[in-house]
Design a protein around this ligand. Structure first.
Ligand code: GRG
Length: 308
């Protein structure tokens, strides 16, 4: 399968699994499923699940096996977008090309939809951990390690922590170091955890391969944020499905404000080259997994060139 077809296959598989894990239940609280499904099943690039499936494939693990964890990450990501769009945070009207959750369902329901997605994520990850324990009873602890890592990546040591630094940094110029920490947590944590989960699932933590893969993900995480900052300046709001120019309007410290547009582009290119070098090393280690290594290469390039 070529890169585009594989990417589409991973995204469609994620959509199908998310739909399966979040059925529209006909109970007294059914309105919450409408709001959760509205934000979760309305597109999105599904990059985080793609990272989980593609790195799992390199380590010989099927997408079925990591699907509950990959879907849990996508649910956590969607909750963060719903809450980030609220009036108390970024106060945005559009997300993923449609009205934000609070604009469509009201603030209270949007807060609850985010809360419910976050908690549903851990229910589904729990299913993944049970499946792992049934498959490999002697390695059942890996499920617990994955759950712990997932929680850490989303919470105060991860994405929420980054959001706090971001909120407190509004109207201030952050130092380059603080800004980099912010990005590693707010954006990087949820882009690293899919890879960390594959590595944990395969029992390869603290091995040369595990470390290479984590470095690949961390580099992509930073590159992803730089691209996001560049797109906010020169992207197309229609393609992005959200307003542009918001960083400057809100006086935010970004890679563009710190390094200039050309400086940010140069850093993005350098980071992508580092990711490609890691892919070369992975190809040497896994000569029989040419297709999987090629996919990780193409993914780094795709994220560099993306327009939404
Ligand atoms: C509210 C706890 C809490 C955290 C919010 C994720 C986040 C933290 C804020 C979103 C704002 C933002 C621009 C973050 C940086 C990059 C990012 C996560 C962009 C959105 O991710 P994509 O491009 O979105 O993968 P899709 O819609 O494709 O899934």
């Amino acid at each position: 399968m070529n890169f585009k077809a594989q990417l589409q296959d991973y995204a469609s598989f994620t959509d199908m699994k998310l739909d399966f894990y979040l059925p529209p239940l006909d109970n007294d609280q059914k309105s919450i499923y409408e709001a959760m499904r509205y934000s979760l099943l309305c597109g999105g690039k599904r990059i985080r699940p793609v990272l989980a499936y593609s790195t799992a494939a390199l380590l010989g693990i099927s997408k079925e096996d990591v699907a509950p964890f990959a879907c849990a990450i996508e649910m956590i990501h969607t909750y963060s977008l719903i809450h980030d769009d609220l009036p108390a945070m970024d106060n945005d009207d559009y997300r993923r090309g449609q009205l934000t959750c609070h604009k469509k369902f009201g603030e209270a329901q949007a807060i609850l939809a985010g809360d419910a997605l976050l908690t549903k994520a851990f229910e589904i990850a729990g299913i993944g951990a049970i499946e792992l324990a049934n498959k490999m009873p002697e390695q059942a602890v890996r499920g617990a390690l994955i759950l712990r890592a997932l929680a850490a990546s989303a919470g105060s040591e991860g994405m929420v922590g980054g959001q706090v630094i971001d909120l407190e940094g509004e109207e201030k110029v952050l130092s380059k170091e603080t800004h980099e920490t912010l990005c590693a947590l707010k954006t990087g944590a949820l882009l690293t955890i899919p890879v960390q989960i594959s590595v944990l699932y395969a029992g390869m933590t603290n091995t040369p391969v595990g470390d290479l893969l984590i470095r690949y993900a961390q580099g992509l995480g930073l590159a992803f944020q730089i691209k996001d900052d560049i797109l906010d300046v020169e992207g197309d709001a229609k393609l992005l499905g959200k307003a542009t120019g918001m960083d400057e309007k809100c006086n935010k410290t970004t890679f563009v404000s710190l390094y200039g547009l050309e400086g940010a582009k140069a850093r993005l290119k350098a980071l992508t080259e580092e990711s490609l070098e890691i892919c070369d090393q992975l190809s040497d280690i896994f000569p029989e997994r040419t297709e999987q290594c090629a996919f990780l290469r193409e993914l780094a390039i795709f994220l560099l060139e993306r327009n939404h």
